[in-house]
Design a protein. Structure first.
Ligand code: GAF
Length: 391
């Protein structure tokens, strides 16, 4: 499915710079089966890379300046690598500037390059197009200038670039973009960065994303606030239970026993986090055992927590999940990613996908006047070099 994207990106590069690119890089978006808002809380997550990617074409230009062109936006910017790297007003450029700054600050030596890129990852849908942009740029620079950077370090540098842009995100998105393997989900321990692959076999059920087509502007500020609320909650837990080092060590009963020591909002946030961390392990076991009904129920439970306790949902996402609960052929559904818009992830009995899509489209249009979009998920490989004639 990415052949046309690769061809167009390569052709564009040739026309713009008059040469064939030296490196072509594909960098994917991600889904997350379960484990939401727990990556920055030392929890476990169960994401996977998808087959939707950003395609980059790169060459060295033997100067100290880099030229980067976003084909889909028809926008270009130039960065002087000898000058301090500062935030710009153009959002997408900041992810690339952030990556360049992280590489420089960490002592990696590289020179000017030309780059064009184009994407088929929907933007603003919670599929982590920004992580794909960061990791693809990092990977391209590493390959062009023979830098020694491990996959884990690419993910960590990408995460730092995102912090520099203003979102105090966890490691899940960059890690899964870099480490994806076709048809596998990644169980990642966000505390130690140890990880293992599990088969993405959902038996008689298909994974389908419903894109609410909304992105509420609260996202960044609320995201950063949630993180602070969790930090407050954890420090109160530690005061009462010195043996607890992170949320994973805390049982729900321990938390309930000190409920009156926290303000109500902080309690709700950490109550969600403690339960969600436990759900990831249960979900992974259910997946391994082919117990998709159990997995589906855990997705519904996660959504309840995200909506009522973590409070990162919105009317559109709640409507999609509430409607899904009433459908016998949907056995699990929840908002996916940071929240306040983007997609829900759904487990739909195979054979019923079209019926469900038609029904949800017209209901959603009636209620919100917005077109619902659908993505049938295929789990793909992580950030990598594209080599023509291989696949
Ligand atoms: C966003 C962040 F970037 C991730 O780190 C993660 O916290 C996610 O929201 C919520 O699980 O995608």
């Amino acid at each position: 499915m990415n052949d046309i994207l690769i061809q167009n990106t390569t052709n564009f590069f040739c026309e713009k710079f008059g040469n064939e690119p030296q490196k072509i890089v594909l960098s994917p978006g991600r889904i997350n089966i379960i484990g939401e808002h727990v990556d920055y809380n030392d929890g476990y997550v169960l994401p996977a890379a998808i087959d939707k990617v950003i395609c980059f074409a790169f060459e060295k230009n033997n100067t100290k300046k880099s030229k980067i062109f976003a084909i889909d936006l028809n926008e270009e910017f130039e960065v002087d690598l000898t000058q301090p790297i500062l935030l710009s007003d153009v959002v997408w450029t900041n992810y690339i500037l952030g990556v360049i700054k992280q590489l420089q600050d960490n002592g990696f030596a590289f020179e000017g390059f030309n780059c064009v890129f184009s994407s088929n990852i929907p933007v603003g849908s919670g599929l982590s197009s920004s992580a794909a942009l960061e990791c693809g740029t990092l990977f391209g620079i590493k390959e062009l200038f023979d830098l020694t950077i491990s996959k884990v370090d690419i993910a960590l540098l990408g995460q730092k670039a995102e912090h520099w842009v203003g979102i105090n995100c966890g490691i899940m998105d960059q890690f899964s973009s870099v480490h994806g393997i076709e048809d596998k989900v990644i169980k990642l321990d966000c505390k130690t960065l140890e990880f293992e692959y599990h088969n993405a076999n959902f038996s008689d059920y298909a994974l389908v994303l419903f894109d609410s087509n909304v992105k509420h502007s609260l996202f960044t500020s609320e995201y950063n606030t949630r993180r602070e609320e969790c930090e407050k909650g954890l420090s109160i837990i530690k005061n009462h239970f010195p043996e607890i080092k992170s949320f994973r060590d805390c049982t729900e009963n321990q938390l309930l026993s000190i409920q009156d020591k926290m303000d109500k909002t902080v309690f709700k946030r950490v109550h969600y986090v403690v339960k969600e961390i436990a759900r990831v392990t249960q979900a992974c076991e259910a997946l391994d055992n082919g117990n998709i009904t159990v997995l589906g129920q855990l997705l519904f439970d996660t959504h309840d927590g995200l909506s009522n306790e973590y409070e990162v949902s919105c009317a559109e996402l709640d409507m999609l999940v509430d409607t899904a609960k009433k459908e016998d052929v949907i056995i699990g559904s929840r908002l996916m990613g940071g929240g306040f818009g983007g997609c829900t992830i759904n487990l739909i009995k195979k054979g019923y996908e079209n019926e469900v899509k038609n029904k949800f489209s017209s209901l959603y249009l009636d209620i919100f006047g917005i077109e619902l979009k659908f993505y049938d998920v295929k789990i793909g490989n992580g950030t990598s070099l594209y080599k023509p004639n291989t696949k």
